[in-house]
Design a protein around this ligand. Structure first.
Ligand SMILES: *[C@@H]1O[C@H](CO)[C@@H](O)[C@H](O)[C@H]1NC(C)=O
Ligand SMILES: *[C@@H]1O[C@H](CO)[C@@H](O)[C@H](O)[C@H]1NC(C)=O
Ligand SMILES: *[C@@H]1O[C@H](CO)[C@@H](O)[C@H](O)[C@H]1NC(C)=O
Length: 981
């Protein structure tokens, strides 16, 4: 019963809960006391403080990284103390870079060693492994930019007055981007740590240059948009020390408790980032040889730039509206400015519909074209669904046609599609395999597709595969990240192609198992890395040849390398660096690391199941032999069994892994569907959420339910009816709006997170009417911001539910969907009931004309059926009255006499109120009213109400224009306070 399977989850899943869990520990005072506590008898701790310390305390955390020629080994050692007599649960958490593989994890608890074991993942068990602790994902703590991190988490019971040491190691190959290597260490112990140290040692064969330690990077929260990435101020984190000579560098970061507090009072210090590059000679590149393996780094520079043909395919569906679109536009403006004179380009925007900026061609970069393209981008206004297939087809066609026309000219260029989306396919072809197949046949291996996903609702498996199958790469931009900067950064990485069709070859009889050696493109600032095994170790010479195409010529570089000489040189460097035992086999481990990545990529790309099986098997074997925790392997850890008397029982090992203390949580979760293998550890949503998403989409027919009707509504052209349940009064009014205006009906963004906006269309008045025109609601948008942003957009024809993913429901059939945030039930061509968080319910009536008269328009009516969940601060044309009390008064000349609320009925039956007239007192305002009756609910009900004339002047806070918002997704709360008139 003692085997536990580790949970690897995306970092942000747990950050928030962890923070709470550790809240007790963040006091500096606690920490100092626990410091003392190490040497002094526990009874010296003041009682009240001692009670506060409930969790084991991190006494020491040391993170040591050794980077040998871009291959980074990191060892984390964390010592936790349990000072109590009772056993206590300790949670060890550490963020590791997403690209790294864990290579060892060992615990020492109460003096006993508990090793872990990497095992092949059994297919059957795979699904259970995906469990995570089910904590709802906290979007605000999304990691930003390149520092994509994942959380390693282990929880264990420490016996009373004892300690646990957690030892974790991981490895990664640093990728060169934009001209530098970057190593990121997450320093987030979530509490003050008595002894905290981060050490980064860099050993390179060539001279290290541009070494830089950046300011600590914090996780970006939506509250603080400006993060510390501003490179302007180059403040190294306090206590940072750099010791370096030409090829060696040692950086230490050892903040004491006071320095830690000053950085962050909750132990979330941030990412410690080291950047550097190395000097390189022109030519074949750098080859290192060690113990029968070699690695070859190739990063030529100072080559003429290859012109590129680029088509930007940009998602402009409704969900892009707001910040995402704004940031995308901003980035595109910059990117347009960065295009080079010899480049050719075009834009495709897509939602339901695909729009091509310059149909049928790619245009050269001229000031006029750039200006015109900016105009096109500027005018983009998001709405509708996501037709990924058609968009890619349109983009591919542009490039293919262009390349055909250009074939005569013998001029090399690099062609690419940059595809950006924030959603899943919802319109047109929506099946992933079909979209991928179509893309592949449209591309015909003539160009590459680079994909960018924005936010949480993206099918990353689709984008990843799309890029892998078409020689591109995929990049994700987390929700709430600075999308503009990330987009510009991504473009900068691929904006300067220097070579294409690169082939790296070695004398055939001396190498085997060479990693990827064909590359479609080489971009300035990046690096090509190839590794392999040496077979014929009796031969000393290795012939290396690189062929590639530059803008107008082929490039061949050849060289014979002496293996013994290289190996001697490599060994000398390693010894010189005193890099420790890790380093001994770094070339081989680097080869293993790259080979696993190759295998995983091959697996995604594979066309047949036997091919896939081949790749899987090979990558699994490699993972096992290098003890890498990869998507194909799992880690099993023995956990100590702490007896009730606080001691540790002899550890048992059982064959079938039991989930020990996780069992309860895991059994609550059914297996989730198959998540993408390649992204297995990048899961964006906790399993529970994903599952909720799934079951929701088992669409079911709603039972016929009688709807309890609420009078509070905006229906017809539009007529407003407001019920004041507290005052037992019903009031009605009209609003003569302008066609095209969007009116705020309900705003409670701050509290319940709910906003309702309605858009007006105009229609000619019917014959004989005194009005010029009438207005109706043509669409209603409900934004639900909590606990997760969802949109429900209703038109007379369809309902778009954009929550966990996007659904389009036709109004012509009855259907209901329900996830745990919102429930939407459509009764065909009649009404739609939207229930939010169980306590807010809106009903929208569809008024659809089969044979409309010239003055008739399909339109919507909006009813508030349940407002319990809306806060007292709710505003909007309807929302402001929900908690309002009004009194009916009779005005007799100058004298105003209030009547009892209870006399309302009597007053009504009086009909004409006689010489005086009736008025309502609303807040400080007196509003004249007359008695009327109104038909609501498509004429099936009649209500008697007090009618306020003049577009409800004085009845409503402010004036008409105060209720007009800039767009359907506007969620601003009432800006004027509540006592304005
Ligand atoms: C893992 O680390 C422990 C403790 O440092 C060590 O004893 C063990 O040999 C390591 N295991 C592997 C597979 O490297
Ligand atoms: C650089 O420093 C390392 C470690 O102190 C030392 O072994 C090495 O000889 C030095 N190299 C040079 C070129 O000074
Ligand atoms: C699988 O790998 C073996 C060699 O490892 C190779 O001979 C075979 O052709 C491969 N099969 C497929 C379908 O790629």
């Amino acid at each position: 019963m003692l085997l536990l399977v580790l949970i690897i989850a995306l970092g942000c899943n747990n950050a928030a809960s962890a923070q709470n869990e550790y809240e007790d520990d963040v006091d500096l005072e606690d920490d100092l006391i626990s410091e003392l506590d190490l040497n002094v008898a526990p009874h010296r701790v003041p009682r009240q403080v001692r009670n506060k310390i409930t969790k084991p305390h991190i006494h020491e955390l040391s993170i040591t990284t050794t980077i040998i020629s871009r291959y980074a080994f990191t060892a984390v050692s964390c010592t936790m103390l349990n000072k109590h007599s009772a056993a206590s649960q300790a949670v060890f958490m550490f963020h590791i870079p997403a690209a790294a593989y864990i290579s060892n994890f060992t615990m020492i608890v109460g003096g006993r060693v508990f090793p872990s074991q990497i095992k092949a993942k059994e297919q059957k068990l795979k699904k259970d492994r995906k469990g995570n602790n089910g904590t709802p994902k906290d979007k605000d703590s999304a990691e930003n930019s390149e520092g994509e991190m994942e959380l390693f988490r282990m929880s264990v019971k420490i016996p009373g007055r004892n300690r646990a040491i957690f030892l974790l190691t991981y490895e990664e190959l640093l990728q060169r981007r934009l001209g530098y290597y970057q190593h990121v260490t997450s320093v987030r112990p979530m509490q003050m740590v008595s002894k905290l140290s981060v050490t980064v040692t860099i050993v390179e064969h060539s001279r290290i240059k541009h070494l830089k330690v950046l300011p600590l990077r914090k996780i970006k929260t939506s509250g603080s948009r400006n993060n510390s990435r501003a490179d302007g101020i180059d403040n190294m984190p306090p206590s940072t020390v750099i010791r370096q000579n030409e090829t060696f560098c040692k950086i230490t970061f050892t903040p004491n408790i006071f320095q830690q507090v000053r950085i962050s009072n909750n132990g979330m210090l941030g990412d410690f980032i080291v950047r550097y590059d190395v000097e390189r000679e022109l030519g074949i590149g750098d080859i290192q040889v060690l113990d029968g393996h070699f690695v070859h780094y190739f990063a030529p520079k100072d080559l003429p730039v290859v012109p590129k043909n680029v088509v930007f395919v940009i998602d402009t569906s409704a969900s892009m509206l707001g910040t995402k679109m704004k940031q995308t536009k901003e980035a595109l403006f910059t990117i347009l400015g960065d295009l080079r004179p010899n480049d050719h380009f075009n834009f495709v925007s897509f939602s339901n519909r695909v729009r091509v900026w310059q149909p049928g061609k790619l245009v050269p970069v001229t000031p006029y074209n750039v200006r015109d393209a900016k105009k096109f981008i500027y005018m983009i206004s998001p709405n509708g669904g996501t037709d990924i297939n058609s968009a890619l087809q349109a983009g591919s066609l542009l490039l293919r046609d262009y390349l055909l026309q250009k074939e005569e000219m013998n001029h090399n260029s690099v062609s690419l599609i940059i595809f950006l989306t924030d959603g899943r396919p919802t319109v047109g072809v929506v099946q992933t395999p079909v979209i991928l197949g179509n893309a592949k046949s449209a591309v015909q291996e003539k160009f590459c597709i680079f994909t960018i996903g924005m936010g949480n609702d993206v099918d990353y498996k689709l984008l990843d595969r799309m890029a892998l199958e078409n020689c591109g790469t995929m990049r994700r931009i987390p929700e709430d990240a600075d999308a503009s900067t990330m987009l510009k950064g991504f473009y900068a990485e691929i904006g300067t192609p220097l070579l294409s069709d690169i082939r790296v070859e070695y004398s055939e009889d001396s190498v085997e198992y060479v990693t990827q050696n064909l590359f479609p493109n080489y971009f300035n600032g990046s690096e090509i890395v190839v590794a392999g095994k040496l077979t014929n170790r009796s031969s000393d010479s290795l012939h290396v040849q690189v062929t590639a195409t530059n803008s107008d010529r082929s490039l061949v570089i050849e060289k014979d390398i002496s293996l013994t000489e290289q190996e001697r040189e490599t060994k000398r460097r390693v010894e010189e660096a005193e890099a420790g035992p890790n380093a001994d086999g770094y070339v081989e481990r680097l080869w293993g690391f790259l080979s696993v990545k190759d295998g995983l990529n091959g697996r995604v790309r594979s066309q047949t199941s036997s091919e896939r099986e081949n790749f899987t098997q090979r990558a699994t074997e490699l993972s096992l032999s290098y003890n890498f925790l990869t998507p194909l392997t799992q880690m099993e850890v023995e956990t100590p069994q702490v007896l009730t008397n606080g001691t540790i029982a002899g550890a048992e090992t059982t064959e079938t892994p039991a989930h020990s203390n996780l069992a309860n949580r895991l059994t609550e979760e059914e297996p989730t569907g198959d998540t993408p293998q390649s992204l297995h550890r990048n899961k964006e949503q906790p399993a529970t959420e994903a599952r909720a998403g799934k079951t929701t989409h088992g669409l079911k027919r709603p039972g016929k339910k009688s709807v309890t009707l609420s009078k509070t509504s905006a229906d017809g052209d539009p007529h407003f009816v407001v019920d004041f349940p507290l005052s037992k009064l019903t009031v009605c009014f009209n609003i003569n709006g302008e066609p095209g205006d969007v009116l705020r009906l309900v705003t409670d963004h701050k509290h319940s997170g709910v906003t309702v906006n309605g858009k007006l269309i105009g229609a000619p008045a019917p014959p004989g009417s005194h009005k010029q025109q009438r207005t109706y609601f043509s669409s209603i948008l409900i934004v639900v911001d909590k606990p997760r942003r969802s949109y429900i957009e209703v038109t007379p024809r369809k309902v778009i539910v954009d929550s966990l993913d996007r659904l389009i429901l036709p109004c012509s059939s009855s259907v209901s969907v329900d996830n745990k945030y919102v429930a939407v039930a459509v009764v065909a061509n009649a009404n739609i009931t939207i229930t939010i968080q169980g306590t807010i319910q809106f009903i929208i009536l569809m008024h659809i004309y089969k044979n409309p008269a010239p003055y008739q328009r399909d339109h919507l009516g909006f009813y508030i059926a349940d407002s319990k969940g809306l806060s007292k601060d709710t505003h909007g044309l309807l929302g402001q009255f929900i908690y309002e009390e009004v009194t009916l008064t009779q005005r007799l000349g100058n004298i105003t006499a209030a009547t009892e609320n209870g006399t309302q009925e009597q007053t009504m039956t009086q009909g004409n109120p006689g010489p005086g007239h009736m008025a309502l007192q609303v807040k400080e305002r007196i509003v004249d009213v007359v008695k009327k009756s109104r038909n609501i609910y498509s004429g099936t009900h009649t209500v008697h109400c007090w009618f306020a004339k003049n577009n409800a002047a004085k009845l409503i806070d402010g004036q008409y224009k105060d209720y007009v918002v800039s767009h359907m997704f506007d969620t601003e709360d009432w800006p004027h306070g509540t006592n304005v008139h």
